[in-house]
Design a protein around this ligand. Sequence first.
Ligand code: MG
Ligand code: MG
Length: 275
Amino acid sequence: MFRRHPKLQIKTDEQIHLMRAAGLVVADALQAVSQAVAPGVTGKQLDAIAEEVIRSAGAVPSFLGYHGFPASICVSVDNAIVHGIPNNTALHEGAIVSIDCGAILEGWHGDAAVTVGVGQIGAGAAALSDITRSSLWHGLAHARPGGRLSDIGAGVERTIRGAAHDYGIVRNYVGHGIGDEMHMPPDVPNVGPAGRGPHLVPGMVLAVEPMITLGAADNVTLEDDWTVVTMDGSLAAHWEHTVAVTATGPWVLTAHDGGRAELDALGVQISALAG
Ligand code: MG
Ligand code: MG
């Protein structure tokens, strides 16, 4: 039978440069928020920092008001996987906090997330965040022409399964296409197998975002209708970047260096568009 893939938005080089500008706003906001994370700081204070960076760049926070979300960033602490609402609770020493941020500049979106330790964190929490970040880069390395969409998730999954610890990979939340809307086709799962789905072609832009748990990946949404937490209470980490597939390789639009350092380390050449 015929099975059509949803129509995917293909960007011109000029549009990718506009998305790069949006991506850098997100990178700046996440850098400022990450530097502010410390014991005693609240999610609302981090939210204010992000909104200030975004607005002073002439951009708009894409999360604010998105399906009624009340803030410019998601702040997901410890067992919260994603979509935590910033509140007035002080972050505690030893916590891990995932910060997810999106911005719109001249109609184009950027979307990225980091996981940050609060003060000194335990070895298990640090390893969880490190492997999640590493899996993201192994996924991003496949965002190049000649491959298929599921090569990205396969790269994520291979990294996680290669660890000594039996981590959980969240499956009911996934990455996504991104462009003049935040969430667009296609879905970008964090598992393989490789070689499936749409062919990757220049002009696709994708948000890749592994969500990894120290225990089981089963999760539930809290009564605030937003915060997604692990059912077993185990810690979760979330790292995300927006990446453009270009003729000459990946360009990680939400990384200050375009992804050059991390992709170099994986033997992947960054897009010539990055200059
Ligand atoms: Mg995000
Ligand atoms: Mg996203």
